[in-house]
Write a protein that binds this ligand. Structure first.
Ligand code: NAP
Length: 263
């Protein structure tokens, strides 16, 4: 029987590539994001090319009832999710006091709250069936304190810890969980940040990220950083003393201080 994957942030970048690779292997896909034109265009392409079922759910995941509306729509369409990809996300940069509070609120809603709520919505059924998977898109930014990219890096630290906690809870119960923590990836992400100065490390393609992620989930690796350069940078970098490392990072991200995050 075909499996069904739900991908958030499927209108662009890494999420769109997840949808493409999952459909190419025969999975049905549910595409979630705000840009309905982009979602519908991708959906039609995938139906034509791969003859799979593609559902579009246009939803703003920063809203208080965004996830609830997605879940209602899944029930209404009688869709059971075998793989959840929590990929939707964006970053804000600059001096904290200069970043519009609404943007940061939305960032926490999309990068953290929607991930936790959607996982609550689909995971219990996976556990009952003893089968399924959850992929959460973190970032190399989640391993370090990154001043002037503070809320984003903290949100991605949450993604990593949340995923690894679940991975350990669910080990041996048929449900695999993976945090994918890429460095810079060729997508519109940094245009939306308003600066590419936070793109630290070698840039890789969304295809590379998704290929590594799907393989890593199958092997239940818990977390992975695609690309040898970013893996080495992330895992060889000292984390302590924490105050010293936060100040050292500030020298690297200093140029982000004057970034104006687009609304
Ligand atoms: N590109 C990188 O260098 C990089 C590196 C590490 C991690 N990441 C992570 O990778 C993930 C995907 O980013 P990307 O690089 O593919 O960037 P992207 O091309 O800008 O895609 C971001 C996706 O998130 C969706 N999204 C944003 N706000 C949303 C909201 N309020 N409600 C629903 N969907 C929303 C966007 O869809 P709509 O605008 O249509 O809503 C879009 O589909 C993010 O979590 C990002 O933090 C990216």
């Amino acid at each position: 029987m075909s499996k069904t994957a739900l991908v958030t942030g499927a209108s662009s970048g890494i999420g769109a590539e997840f949808a493409r690779q999952l459909a190419a292997r025969g999975d049905n896909v549910v595409l979630v994001a705000r840009n309905v034109e982009a979602l519908e265009a991708l959906a039609q392409q995938l139906r034509d090319r791969h003859h799979v079922r593609v559902d579009v759910i246009a939803q703003d995941l920063a809203t208080a009832d965004g996830v609830q509306r997605v879940v209602q729509e899944l029930r209404r369409r009688d869709l059971r999710i075998d793989l959840l990809v929590n990929n939707a996300g964006f970053g804000t940069a600059g001096r904290f006091e200069n970043i519009p509070p609404d943007r940061e609120h939305d960032e926490v809603m999309v990068n953290i709250v929607a991930m936790v709520d959607l996982t609550h919505a689909v995971l219990p059924d996976m556990v009952r069936r003893g089968a399924g998977g959850v992929i959460n898109i973190g970032s190399t930014a989640g391993y370090s304190t990154l001043p002037f990219f503070t809320t984003y890096s903290a949100s991605k630290a949450f993604v990593l810890q949340f995923s690894l906690g679940l991975w350990a809870e669910l080990r041996g119960r048929g449900v695999n969980v993976l945090a994918v923590t890429p460095g810079p990836v060729k997508t519109p992400f940094f245009d939306k940040v308003g600066s590419s100065d936070a793109a630290i490390g070698p840039t890789i393609t969304p295809e590379h990220v998704v290929r590594s992620a799907l393989r890593g989930l199958e092997r239940n690796r818990g977390y992975l950083t695609p690309g040898a350069g970013n893996f080495a940078m992330t895992h060889l970098m000292p984390r302590r003393p924490r105050r010293f490392m936060a100040l050292a990072s500030r020298t690297v991200t200093r140029s982000l201080a004057d970034t104006v995050t687009p609304a």
